[in-house]
Design a protein around this ligand. Sequence first.
Ligand code: FE2
Ligand code: FE2
Length: 462
Amino acid sequence: MQKILVKAKALLLVVALLVTLAACGENNTTSSTGLTSQSVSVSESERKFYKPTSLTVTLYDAENLCYGFTWNTEYKPIESVVQICEGTKFSEESCTEYGAETSMQTVYMPNPTLIYVAKTQCELKPNTTYTYRAYDKGAEIGTDLATFTTIDHSAKSFTFVHVSDSQVTGLDSDITYSGDGTGVQFGKALEEIVKIKPAFLLHTGDIVEWSKYETYWKNMLDFNGLYLRELPFMAISGNHETTYRAGENEVFKHFNIKIPEQTTEKGFFYYFDVGDARFIMLNTNNLTDTGIDFAQKTWLEEALNTNKKWKIVAMHHPLYSVGKWGSDPEQNETSLLLRSQLSSLFAENGVDLVLQGHDHTYSKTYPINTNGVAVKNSTFRTENSVKYIVNPKGTIYAMHGAAGTQTRSPVNIDESIFEIAAASKPGSFAEIKVEKDRITVHIKYVEDGKAVNYTSYGIIKE
Ligand SMILES: [Fe+2]
Ligand SMILES: [Fe+2]
């Protein structure tokens, strides 16, 4: 049985890859299953097995306003579509339908189980509100409706939210776990994040505690589905998505993102542009003895070669952090390795901000220059209670806490490097506004169901 599962999985991963490489919206306005809603009758007792679950939305191809969708079903879908309407009202007749490609995948519940993963993508209009659902036209069952507003590359500003290390866990009695069993704390953060209506959520990894277990993903995606269906989710893999009771390809399995050609078993890298900003999403999970491997380094150098005003890098493992992985001399080997490989490269190429994860603390460096030196004597300007650094002479490295419950404290604070260094709070996130001349960051956490501002900082480039 296991052999059959492995063969089926290999075949269907190829199918999934072909689907992902399809151009946005191209020939996918009808279902790919070949069956029509009239050709299969579904009994009432079976209907629930066709219900789409774990629905996510992504900026599949941000430059072309192409949004991606992914969802799961227990039974093979009959006619699986995304139905999407302009505005906040929904009627099936006035929606556009996009057929989904479906692949059978093995997941762990914790025992190996076959599920169906559906993916599709569609090109949308800028700055437009849409209401949508994933739906099986044959079984006549779908998700609840969700609403989001698309990005506008020509807008004067946009806001996104950075989260990290949510590490949602599961409830399986035969798996030991720690932390927040149902994703409640992350849900509290998401409830506040949705109110901001960010263009997207950027997650720097360790999304679930043990990525191998689909139950953990379901706890996150279904328990918090109300919020996540409305938040385009741009993720990279943390070590919990790779080496720590990991499956294969788990993050990529749950999010429909256009990525350059690469293997995805231990994470993946890609970049996307919004307005005048480039977001470079690195994979730090398959390092060599010199850091990221040759293929990713070559790709990174090309990605950095852009005229975009703002360059923001996202990575799970930190270069500069006050937590144990960044500042404990016995545990910061990876941090030092990445620092020696990438710190100067980032400064030389004008990277403004590096969003990091893994250490779960709050920290922010002074600008690190091309020689790897923190430039403490910079020009600062305070506006609206936010302390901005003006024309920084280097790259700033930030960590914005843990979005779940696994908060941590600094182990060592080098005040010549770090301007902010503190223990994080549960349900942390950073609200980040990008404007023509500045980036403004508000580090927040959730207390008693409300978002509280921990501190703010900003970068002005004139
Ligand atoms: Fe983590
Ligand atoms: Fe981590």
